[in-house]
Each structure stands twice: as structure tokens, then as C-alpha cells.
Design a protein around this ligand. Structure first.
Ligand code: G6P
Length: 611
């Protein structure tokens, strides 16, 4: 959802020319959007801007980003909201006199009225973006006699909506000004230079010391100084410096052709790290809170919503809780039933998705307590929640979530098991048995990756030429079917729909004709016979049946399937993690065989910070 970067550097302090450093940082933010990109630097008296439509790698060659140098610079990679992707709408945006350059992530909701006012004051706009008003507003206040910091502060005060902003100017060459409201922004502390950026991966090559900016903060960096204020009052930030444990290698492809494939293969490690790194005290406090509650809501967007559905199933079935999952952007109606006796579990890899954040803020107002499950330390949703349980998946760069999905499910499973034991709904023998199996999951995932990657590749050859597909399951197979369909849709651009298998005969089956691929996720003994009926119904219409099932049912189901993934026999309550792996691989290879880039699906962004 747009990535921004700003650097202020002493001459000679950067390992490479400023333009090249900004370009490299931007490449690590490209998962946030890739409609256009641009860089501006202040060099001597000059403000130099290069920007255009397209991906960073192409633009870097065309516009020679790497040759830019200077004392301060900003960069942007865009996911278009206001104004189509074009050269003129690409950031940075300038004021009339081309002395001020601004990059922005978010939406300025009152930009039309600000634009009209500024136009009436004689300002000329060059783009259709909301962002451009910021440069002209600052210019206007400088023209009225304010210094740059006062002008920036006054301009920011007038903005409604969401923003992370970085600004440079020839009027004060060494400073990069910044402001944050809702959209994420961090400061990276380096030696001889400082950086502001939308997210951690952008900084990893240069520092592991970061300050996460809070809503309403603004300030500036120089090569040796960080100034932050809130409501005009300076903020002391030294005790807010965090050391990031992610390594640079974690944010590179490490020999894999795509981040997504690397991240699929990282799952055994991500699961192990999450399991061993779970803060059990927090898990227990979370369980105590859940134990006392009348009603549990679970929310998230995209893949995190699907993890929530798995969580709902486990909390209901294992713990007997009244749990209900909703899509984060649909939070409004839940404000009517949430209260101080309810709990919301908010799941967000990034911790920044605005839909999930709005759900958290709205339900909190009712007195409802919030538990966040997130992969990014100190991100907004964890900070605004009562309890946080962190997954330890490491940075996820591929737009399509993979390792964060399985680590979210793992976290929810541990919570459900602990709570079930606390509520005496699991005997200690059952609990120990399930926990032992849970600890085996990283190994099972490794085994599935070894055995089924080739099979997924073979199946992708068939799938790549289809236009539609169904994913069906029952019970815990439903969210896995939903996630499998989402993966295929987002990166292979094949229309894929998921349904509870029983529902397939109430409409979806009308589309099925010879060769139509239908995936069945079978993971629960209870549903085997009813799912077999659904498979038969599909076969009778000549569908191409793809089945994922435990080895113990392989013989029975292989006769009914055109393609079979035989997966380990495991308690069905733990099966969602291993059972999604072949579907992640299938989506990945189908995307690659269709000549697409699975890391950068069109129109999508990884962290969605606009509603
Ligand atoms: C976007 C991404 C998805 C992700 C969803 C929620 O739509 O493309 O991959 O699942 O946001 O993101 P979150 O960071 O809140 O888990």
C-alpha cells in the first residue's frame, strides 16, 4: 500500500551513492505496491526528481536512479488510490517552485477541498493525486513566512485521513521531515545517516536499531539527529529504540527464484521458531481472559481471516467457547453486540491492515478486550491491543501470505489447547498427545514439501489452462479450501471459489462440466462419507477431481480422484497446517507456468493501509 523512504546522510557516510541506497531500500518495499516509483534528492542548490510508471527495476535502468547523489533524499513505490498509475501521478510530488518534494502512503480524505483552496490561492497542480496538496500547503505556509518545520506542522494539522509522509526541500537540505497518522512509519538509526521507512525490511541492510513512530507524531531526521514531537511538544524517544532480530538474509531470496517459494520452504523453521518462541505467560493470560468471556470475536483480512476461521473452529470445538469470526472491514454490526464481557482476537501479519485496525478501535470502544496475533513487533494493532501474541515467521515479502498463515494457525492452536486443558475439556493424556503431535508438525511440513512439490508442479500443468476452479471441504477443511482458492486467485489469476462441500450442490455444481477442476480437502473422519457423496456428484458431471486426504483414506479415495495428495495421518484438529502446503505449492507453480510473477500479483499489495 505504497512504500516510502527518506534518508539524510553526511557526505561519504553511505556505502553507495544516495540514489542507489534509496533504490535498494525501495526494492525491499516493493511488496507494498508497484504501479510506479520515484526518487528525489537534494544536491547542493538543486532538487532532482526522477519518477515514472512501472516497476523499480525497469525504472532504475531507464531513469538511472543509482547515479543520483545528495545529502538527503526520498523515495516511493506506489499502489494507486487517487489517480491512475502514470508518470505524472508517480511520487515524489512537488510544490509550484519545485523546492519541496513529498512522498506519502495513505489517503488524504479532504484533499479536494484543500486543492480548491490552494488553486484559488494560485497554486498549479500537476497530478491527480491527493498527495500533491501536501507540497503546495507547505509551500503556501513558507510563502506566508513560516520556517519549514512550522510550515510542515501547520500543513500536517490540516490533513484528514491517513498518512505516512516524508518530505525534503532545498530550503533545508539536510533534513527529512516526516509525519505519521495510521499508515506505518519507522526511523532507522545508523552511523552518519538516518532513515525513515514504511517497514523494517527496507532498513535491514543498514541498521537493526529502529523507533516505531506513533500516530500523531511528526519531526525530522538529520544525519546525526532525530527529532520527534507530538502536539507540538518534543517527545523523548531513546527508550523506544528497538533492536530488530530479523537478518538481512531473511529479507532476500536466498537462491530461490521467488520470495513466495522461499517462504513456503521456510515454514518448518517458521513453525519451530513460533512454537519455541511463544511467550507462555502471555498465552496463559490470554487463556484466562478467554475463559472468563461470554463471547469471542475473531477478525482479520485475507489470509489472516482464514486463519481466524480455523481459530473459531478450534475454540468452539476444543474449548466450548461461543466464537465468531468476521471479515475485518465488516466490523460495524459487531459493535452492537460486543461489550466489556467479550473479547476480540485480531489477526494481522503486518499489524497495520487498516480494516483490522478499525475493527480493533471500534470494538475496543465497547469495552471489549483485544488480543492481537501479529508478526511485526510494535506494529499498530499490537500496540493498540490489551494482549499480544507474536508469531515468529520472520519477514514475509511475497504478497501472498504463506508462512504467516501457518504460524498464525499454530499460535491459535496452542491457545486453544491451553484453554481446553484449563477448562478441563481435554484430559491431560489427550492434551499431551495433541501437544506431541503439534510439535511434530514442522517435520511433517518438511516431509510434505519434499514429497509433494513435484506433484504440485505436475498438477499445475493441468490447472494453468483452466479458467475456473472449486475448492471444497467440510469442517476445518473449509478454511483450508478458502485459503487454497485465495492463493490461486491472487497469484495465478484463475477464478477459484471455495464452498463447504455440502453446499456445492446448491448452486456451484451448475457450472461443472467435463474437466472442471474441483479440489476436495478431506481431513476429518467425521466427514469422509458425506464428502465422498460430493465427490461422486462431481464425478458424475465429469469434473476433474483433486483430493487431499490422509494416507489412511488414500485407497478409498484414489479410485474416485483424478489426482490425489496423500498426506500424513494426523488428528484433524492439527491438520490445517500440513494440509495447506500442497495448495500453496499448486498456486505458486500455476502462477509461474502462466508466466506470472507470484511475488507481485497485479493490483494487490501486501500491507493494505487504506479502507
Ligand atoms: C493483503 C495481503 C494478504 C493479507 C491481507 C491481510 O490483502 O495481500 O496477503 O492476508 O492483506 O494482511 P495482514 O497483514 O493484516 O495479515
Amino acid at each position: 500500500m505504497c512504500g516510502i523512504i527518506g534518508i539524510s546522510a553526511l557526505p561519504g557516510s553511505l556505502p553507495e551513492p544516495l540514489g542507489r541506497v534509496i533504490r535498494r531500500c525501495l526494492e525491499r518495499l516493493e511488496y507494498r505496491g508497484y504501479d510506479s516509483a520515484g526518487i528525489a534528492v537534494v544536491n547542493g542548490e538543486a532538487l532532482i526528481v526522477r519518477k515514472g510508471k512501472g516497476k523499480i527495476s525497469e525504472l532504475a535502468v531507464k531513469l538511472k536512479f543509482d547515479l543520483l547523489d545528495g545529502v538527503s533524499g526520498i523515495g516511493h513505490t506506489r499502489w494507486a488510490t487517487h489517480g491512475k498509475p502514470s508518470d505524472s501521478n508517480a511520487h515524489p510530488h512537488l510544490d509550484c517552485l519545485e523546492k519541496i518534494a513529498v512522498v506519502h502512503n495513505g489517503i488524504i480524505s479532504n484533499y479536494l477541498e484543500l486543492k480548491q483552496r490552494l488553486e484559488a490561492q494560485g497554486h498549479t497542480f500537476r497530478s491527480e493525486t491527493d498527495t500533491e496538496v501536501i507540497a503546495h500547503l507547505v509551500e503556501e505556509y513558507v510563502r506566508q513566512g513560516l520556517d519549514l518545520l512550522d510550515a510542515f506542522r501547520k500543513a500536517v494539522c490540516e490533513l484528514d485521513g491517513t498518512y505516512a509522509i516524508a518530505m525534503i526541500s532545498v530550503l533545508d537540505p539536510c533534513k527529512v521531515y516526516f509525519a505519521r497518522k495510521t499508515s506505518p512509519l519507522i526511523v532507522g538509526l545508523c552511523s552518519g545517516f538516518n532513515i525513515v521507512a514504511s517497514d523494517i525490511p527496507a532498513l535491514l541492510e543498514y541498521t537493526s536499531s529502529v523507533i516505531v513512530l506513533h500516530d500523531g507524531e511528526l519531526g525530522y531526521i538529520t544525519p546525526t539527529e532525530v527529532y520527534i514531537e507530538r502536539d507540538g511538544v518534543p517527545v523523548s524517544w531513546r527508550d523506544r529504540v528497538r533492536t530488530i532480530t530479523w537478518s538481512l538474509e531473511m529479507a532476500t531470496k536466498g537462491g530461490y527464484p521467488h520470495f513466495m517459494l522461499k517462504e513456503i520452504h521456510e515454514q518448518p523453521l517458521a513453525l519451530t521458531n513460533t512454537l519455541t518462541g511463544l511467550d507462555l505467560d502471555t498465552v496463559r493470560s490470554v487463556c484466562r481472559l478467554l475463559d472468563r468471556t461470554d463471547r469471542v470475536f475473531i477478525t482479520g483480512a485475507g489470509t489472516s481471516y482464514h486463519a481466524g476461521l480455523v481459530g473459531e473452529y478450534l475454540l468452539t470445538e476444543l474449548c466450548g467457547l461461543d466464537a465468531h469470526t468476521f471479515i475485518a472491514s465488516e466490523y460495524r454490526k459487531y459493535m452492537n453486540i460486543a461489550d466489556e464481557n467479550s473479547v476480540l482476537i485480531a489477526i494481522s501479519q503486518s499489524g497495520e491492515t487498516i480494516d483490522t485496525l478499525m475493527a480493533v478501535r471500534s470494538l475496543r470502544k465497547t469495552g471489549c478486550k483485544v488480543i492481537a496475533i501479529s508478526n511485526v513487533i510494535d506494529s499498530t494493532i499490537p500496540r493498540e491491543s490489551d494482549h499480544v501474541v507474536y508469531t515468529r515467521a520472520g519477514p514475509e515479502i511475497g504478497v501472498a501470505a504463506t508462512k504467516t498463515f501457518t504460524t498464525q494457525i499454530l499460535t491459535l492452536t496452542v491457545i486453544a489447547l491451553e484453554l481446553a486443558r484449563m477448562r478441563e475439556r481435554l484430559s491431560s493424556t489427550e492434551y499431551s498427545k495433541l501437544l506431541t503431535s503439534l510439535k511434530e508438525i514442522p517435520r511433517l511440513v518438511e516431509q510434505i514439501l519434499r514429497i509433494h512439490e513435484i506433484k504440485a508442479k505436475v498438477l499445475a500443468r493441468y490447472i494453468k489452462d483452466r479458467q475456473n476452479m472449486y475448492y471444497l471441504g467440510r469442517g476445518l477443511g473449509v478454511p483450508i479450501a478458502m485459503e487454497g482458492a485465495l492463493k490461486l486467485k491472487e497469484i495465478a489469476y484463475i477464478h477459484a471459489e471455495a464452498y463447504p462441500a455440502g453446499e456445492s450442490k446448491h448452486g456451484p455444481i451448475a457450472l461443472v462440466e467435463s474437466g472442471f477442476p474441483v479440489v476436495f480437502v478431506v481431513l476429518d473422519d467425521y466427514y469422509v462419507d458425506s464428502t465422498v457423496s460430493n465427490i461422486m456428484e462431481m464425478r458424475a458431471r465429469d469434473a476433474y477431481v483433486i483430493t487431499l486426504c490422509p494416507v489412511k483414506y488414500a485407497q478409498k479415495l484414489s479410485r474416485l480422484s483424478d489426482f490425489l495428495f496423500e498426506l500424513p495421518n494426523i488428528d484433524y484438529r492439527l491438520a490445517p497446517i500440513p494440509y495447506i502446503i500442497p495448495l500453496q505449492l499448486l498456486a505458486y507453480y500455476t502462477s509461474v507456468m502462466r508466466g506470472l510473477d507470484p511475488d507481485k500479483p497485479r493490483n494487490l499489495a501486501k500491507t493494505v493501509t487504506v479502507e
